[in-house]
Design a protein around this ligand. Structure first.
Ligand code: IPE
Ligand code: IPE
Ligand code: MG
Length: 253
């Protein structure tokens, strides 16, 4: 397919504003090759680079990548420590390139549990890219959808206690505006690789009306074409947000 036909089939205004990806299957990818699981995590970094660059090129506004869940601490200590080392080295290596491409990097999650070395790499990379106006790249690390809602509710409870708002007047927006990614649009498209069809405590609130795309491909095999396949699928979905199909067609006419 030529670049021209691709642009025609994926018109910029029909693209998802916010894509969230559960990058799954690194371990199985490695095991299939008779290698240790961590080999798959390292190979997964290339898939991250391809996905970020393609999403940025296509004009997607926000890309959120699930890199480490609040439950992934349950893994063997050695795997967790390789993952942490990988974060440090990738952040150090890639921050400048992201900056050059006008990408704003945010690390979303409870980073207080990370080593001080990693926390300082995170602070440096975020500071370097904070004023960039292109793609917003959220790397969700020690993130959990339930954690996100809990931290919002903690702020809310404090505000009720301080008399800022009344408990019986709380509406959805009062929670939404206290979530970690409150300034960004909700997720339009969620992609999960590796054939698993679950959400695994990713962005629960923000995915309320997301289209869910599952592919059998393991994360290290995900590339530009795989992303375009997902986008092509997405632009053909009819999103109804509770309305009927007829109402949606009338509104589009
Ligand atoms: C996803 O791949 C990466 C992380 C969760 C950090 P996995 O490590 O979960 O790979 P599988 O699912 O075991 O194959
Ligand atoms: C979800 O993958 C978390 C990330 C991709 C970072 P998992 O591999 O941890 O999910 P489960 O445990 O299979 O649901
Ligand atoms: Mg997995």
């Amino acid at each position: 397919m030529t670049e021209q036909t691709l642009t025609e089939q994926l018109p910029a205004d029909a693209l998802p504003k916010h894509i969230a990806v559960i990058m799954d299957g690194n371990g199985r990818w490695a095991q299939e090759r008779g290698k240790a699981r961590v080999f798959g995590h390292k190979a997964g970094v290339d898939a991250v680079k391809k996905t970020v660059s393609e999403a940025s090129k296509m004009g997607v506004k926000v890309l959120s990548l699930f890199a480490f869940s609040s439950e992934n601490w349950r893994r063997p200590e050695e795997e967790v420590s390789v993952l942490m080392e990988l974060f440090v080295s990738v952040l150090s290596r890639e921050a400048k390139r992201l900056h050059k491409n006008n990408i704003q990097l945010r690390i979303v999650g409870d980073t207080s549990r990370f080593s001080s070395r990693l926390q300082s790499k995170i602070a440096d990379a975020e500071a370097l890219t904070q004023h960039n106006t292109g793609l917003v790249l959220n790397i969700c690390a020690n993130y959990g959808g339930q954690w996100d809602i809990v931290q919002a509710v903690q702020q809310l409870a404090q505000d009720v206690k301080d008399g800022v708002l009344a408990a019986n007047e709380i509406v959805e927006q009062d929670i939404a505006c206290r979530l970690t990614m409150a300034d960004l649009p909700d997720v339009d498209l969620m992609i999960r690789t590796s054939g698993e069809c679950r959400i695994s405590n990713f962005m629960l609130w923000q995915m309320a009306y997301a289209e869910l795309y599952f592919t059998d491909c393991f994360w290290p095999d995900f590339d530009e074409q795989a992303l375009r396949d997902a986008l092509y699928w997405f632009v053909h979905r009819e999103r109804r947000f509770g309305c009927t199909g007829a109402q949606i067609h009338a509104a589009q006419a």
